[in-house]
Design a protein around this ligand. Sequence first.
Ligand code: NDP
Length: 298
Amino acid sequence: MDAKLLKGKPVAEAVYTRVSKQIGFLKEQGVFPKLSVILVGEDPASQVYVRRKGKACEKLGILSETIVLPADSSEQALVTKIEALNSDPKNHGILVQLPLPGHIDEDKIIRTVSPQKDVDCFHPQNVGLLVSGNPYMLPCTPAGIVEMLRFYKIETESKHVVVVGRSNIVGKPMLNLLLQKNKSANATVTIVHSRTKEISAHIRRADIVIAAIGQPNFIKKEQLKKGSVVIDVGINRMDADNEKGYTLVGDVDFDQVYETVSYITPVPGGVGPMTIAMLMQNTVTAAAVQNKILLLEE
Ligand code: NDP
């Protein structure tokens, strides 16, 4: 039997509907949520991501500012910019687009963003809160995946989830989110990476596989349990004989596994739309918290 497709768009729309209501509520109280995005340099992929974030803000009525610094900006110039945004009460969220040029210390920059305004959930204080089970911000891509699973009524409680990849952006926060003690988590989680022995044996035991490695079509049919759920975070560009000259594929060999699994996210159009939707949610959450306003969840 063919798998059911877990499309991201309807889930993202549901998040936007919720966030729109929250924005309306904040505006009634004189709070106008604002996100500032800093881009250092002219990396084309980063420019695309930054533009998409600006468009999402515009669509929802979140104020947004994009600050572009030249690629050869000093680390201190970036720190000074972030500190100004930290102390601006009209600015609620700060996102520094990664990767940064090599001469800038990424960890230092992450630590410079005020934890209250850290809409990416990268600051060690926010990571610590997540790990200890009392999160303030939720990491965007992993939180988007939890939203998707909830939307499509796929339970994680008592399920065995295997996360493939241990990055600070996807793998590790995914693990921590699924370990939370609540109905949308409560999973048993295994995380595997490039130094894991017999990776296939782990993946084969999974009820839910979350792949975030950045290796095109890495996971194959024979590695998956029949009826398992596949969340493919990977976005890999492959040369193709089409107008664009490329096509996007995930970390899972979609065509091959389609008949084996029960649910699968397409690439593109699966997890992708969720990351920006959750960024919008974090910006609004940050605006509410900074103004001591309690938001309703729905
Ligand atoms: P990173 O490169 O930071 O991390 C990749 C992880 O995968 C590492 O932990 C690495 O292991 C592991 N890995 C790499 N190769 C293998 C292998 N052959 N076997 C087992 N593990 C392996 O990537 P990200 O987490 O940032 O991104 C992963 C993918 O997700 C990318 O395609 C990226 O474009 C996509 N992405 C999509 C987003 C979305 O919104 N949909 C958001 C963020 C990322 P080790 O640690 O041992 O090196």
